[in-house]
Design a protein around this ligand. Structure first.
Ligand SMILES: [Zn+2]
Ligand SMILES: [Zn+2]
Length: 272
């Protein structure tokens, strides 16, 4: 499917993004690759919610709201023609009901992205001593289901991607998740009206000889997303770029077009 939306991008307001990750550059570059709906989703920890880390603490609602002012400024106004701009956020999730966004602050945003498995934040988002694949898999499935129980996410981002261990870990964990386990998760997502994100990590070429087609798509991601489509889920697209130049480097969204075609995906949020 021709991709015309990207709702997962980080400006310089995210501490981990490039210092020159400017919204107007996202606008110009995304437009040149056929994007019609562009959403900004900086990292967020609402200070009404206790338990933030030192890294998250400064990235509160007031902080990410600065983008709204920038969007009204001359640089953005010069580039935004022909684009629908959405103001979102990528908040944090620590399990159970511990989501880093209060229900009161939710209304500030056009949409909310929730990551179930930012497991690179050892001792914060996951137990520091969690290293065995079976345990990682079980926690990942539990967190996914808990995100659905919250009923706050517009989309669940980079699902089932075990970041924070070796580069091989995401694929290993995915290979351990059965079709039925995925289907249970995706039924819950459908019920919660939560989209499944197709992130850059899902369409990246894999190492080794068993990548699918010229893009070398991961067979595990093709299985996951095909099952989500068969279960009736809606999807969202997220480059998750922390620097607009990376969209140029990737050559735009062609790999997303081909991946969604391969998985038979046509229901994509904000995609016309
Ligand atoms: Zn993330
Ligand atoms: Zn992100």
């Amino acid at each position: 499917m021709k991709i015309t939306s990207d709702i997962h991008t980080h400006t310089f307001l995210s501490a981990c993004a490039a210092r020159d990750s400017y919204p107007q550059d996202f606008m110009r570059i995304c437009k040149s690759f056929g994007i019609k709906t562009l959403g900004f989703s900086d990292h967020l920890w609402d200070k009404a919610v206790p338990g933030s880390s030192n890294w998250y603490a400064p990235q509160d609602v007031e902080h990410v709201l600065q983008l709204k002012e920038l969007l009204k400024g001359p640089e953005c106004q010069a580039e935004c023609g022909g684009l629908k701009i959405l103001f979102g956020c990528e908040t944090e999730f620590l399990g159970g009901k511990h989501v880093a966004l209060s229900r009161e602050a939710m209304s500030v945003f056009d949409y909310v992205l929730i990551p179930p498995d930012h497991f690179h934040m050892k001792g914060f988002t996951r137990p520091a001593d969690l290293n065995d694949p079976q345990g990682i898999k079980e926690l990942m499935i539990r967190r996914f289901m808990e995100v659905m129980e919250l009923g706050m996410a517009t989309s669940v981002v980079h699902p089932f991607h075990a970041m924070g261990w070796t580069p091989e870990m995401p694929r290993l964990i995915q290979s351990m998740i059965t079709d039925n386990e995925y289907i249970e998760c995706f039924k819950a997502a459908k019920q919660a009206n939560c989209a499944i994100e197709i992130n850059t990590c899902a369409v990246a070429p894999i190492a080794g000889n068993d990548g699918i087609g010229p893009d070398k798509f991961s067979p595990e991601y093709v299985r996951m997303m095909t099952l989500a489509r068969e279960t009736g889920c809606t999807f969202s697209i997220g480059t998750d770029c922390h620097n607009p130049k990376n969209i140029e480097k990737a050559g735009g969204y062609g790999h997303f077009d081909r991946f969604t075609d391969l998985c038979g995906i046509t229901k994509i949020l904000f995609n016309d």
